[in-house]
Write a protein that binds this ligand. Structure first.
Ligand SMILES: [Fe+2]
Length: 180
């Protein structure tokens, strides 16, 4: 087994050899399918630890970063009933999420395409490329939580009033490298 060339930052509750192996460097970036597999594996294999870590807060949603490497970032987010995001894109990053608890409703749109809706049940995973914008909400009656990954990391999101406002081509935003 080869150790990763760089030292990723990993949340102490999941700083385990298996997680470090999952986050080994990729060249150059993670694909939507790889991101989906990552969040699905982390949510399935470390569910008990993540349920211990997750908190719920209002009015601001709660989240914590689970990992950051040169190629990918991994987050744990929680959603009380009624909480959700604004419509947004990911600034040119690819992404994924897996539902850890509850269920999440997603409205999404590919460039110039129709607005579609889907409910993701617990255990469901999706990966998406840079051309997709979405709005994620907990429209259910119980608490929800989800594991998210983005590559490249640290790219800001861009919010819209409505998914109808998403341009046909989503411009890439620069990653925001910050001193940690
Ligand atoms: Fe998003």
């Amino acid at each position: 087994m080869t150790a990763p060339a760089v030292s990723p930052e990993i949340h102490h509750r999941i700083d385990l050899p298996g997680v470090r192996e999952l986050l080994a460097p990729r060249d150059p970036l993670w694909t939507p399918r790889e991101l989906r597999d990552l969040t699905a594996t982390v949510a399935a294999d470390y569910a008990t630890r993540l349920r211990d870590v997750v908190r719920f807060a209002s009015p601001q949603r709660w989240w914590t970063r689970l990992a950051l490497t040169d190629e990918v970032e991994l987050w744990l987010l929680s959603w009380l009933p009624g909480q959700g995001t604004a419509p947004h894109d990911h600034g040119g990053a690819a992404g994924s999420f897996t539902v850890l608890l509850g269920e999440l409703s997603e409205s999404y749109r590919y460039p110039a395409g129709p607005i579609r809706h889907h409910t993701h049940d617990v255990g469901a995973s999706i990966g998406f490329g840079q051309g997709r914008a979405h709005q994620v909400r907990n429209l259910g009656a119980v608490q929800a939580a989800s594991v998210h990954a983005y590559s490249p990391p640290l790219v800001p999101t861009r919010e819209y009033v409505s998914l109808r406002d998403v341009p046909d081509e989503i411009p890439s935003l620069p990653a925001q490298r910050v001193a940690l």
